[in-house]
Design a protein around this ligand. Structure first.
Ligand SMILES: [Zn+2]
Ligand SMILES: [Zn+2]
Length: 245
């Protein structure tokens, strides 16, 4: 029970860091926040992702490239040029690392306007720190796991960020329905979106990349949007283009 709770908590907190901060804030700037909250959520995202820490600048550039080149050969993660998800993610990882280390120079249009905290990056990206997080997950399992199969969940903890990315990038451009006739192959994978906090409404999101609500039809639900509205009400963030409807 405790293990399941820990797994669910890590899954959704890490995902929240990715969708709320890295995706909707760092990459798209759908809302603004002051320096205190920017740094707070930077640290929050790091701790939530733990061993699979993602750098906000590299994530933002990679993601902006995805929107600009969606489902073409220049897209860093389209399922339409790969036979299976693993080789797609290896390709994505290569571009991410290239952007991180400076061996890939991004087009100027993708640069700037993302949060930069080199000191936090130095800690989060350090292999010793990543391993420390992994050891903490293992220790937690040793103390609380009461079935051997529970240990099979550990690799998901180690690679939480890329696991979410793989599901969203593969399923969201391959399975589901389309509300909007976009030039790419984006889809809404409604059936399993409750696992991905709105991220699987890819077709809606590609239709209007600045819209903080990833749901478009009345019966679609983006679980993160109410939190964004709440944070806006509490003056933690300010939505750039509030919805009039
Ligand atoms: Zn997409
Ligand atoms: Zn996006």
């Amino acid at each position: 029970m405790i293990i399941l709770l820990f797994f669910i908590l890590h899954w959704y907190l890490s995902l929240f860091g990715q969708t709320f901060y890295l995706h909707r804030y760092a990459a798209h700037k759908m809302f603004t926040m002051n320096k205190f909250w920017e740094k707070f959520f930077y640290i929050f995202s790091w701790v939530a992702q733990g061993s699979s820490y993602l750098n906000a600048r590299a994530y933002a550039i990679l993601h902006r490239m995805h929107h600009a080149y969606s489902d073409t050969e220049q897209d860093p993660h389209t399922p339409h040029f790969f036979k299976e998800v693993f080789s797609m993610m290896v390709h994505t990882g290569r571009i991410y690392n290239g952007l991180l280390k400076g061996t890939i120079k991004p087009d100027e249009q993708f640069e700037n306007n993302y949060p930069v905290y080199p000191k936090i990056d130095r800690i989060g990206d350090n292999w010793m720190v990543r391993i420390a997080f992994a050891l903490a997950y293992i220790a937690f399992y040793i103390v609380f796991a009461n079935h051997w199969w529970m240990f099979l969940l550990l690799p998901i903890h180690f690679l939480m960020g890329p696991v979410h990315g793989a599901i969203v990038n593969w399923a969201g451009h391959k399975y589901g329905y389309r509300n909007f006739d976009e030039p790419d192959k984006s889809r809404n994978t409604f059936a399993i979106d409750f696992l991905l906090l709105g991220e699987l409404f890819q077709n809606n999101h590609h239709h209007n990349g600045m819209r903080p609500n990833f749901a478009a039809k009345w019966w679609e639900i983006d679980p993160v949007y109410p939190i964004i509205l709440l944070f806006d009400k509490l003056h933690i963030i300010k939505i750039v283009k509030p919805e009039t409807a």
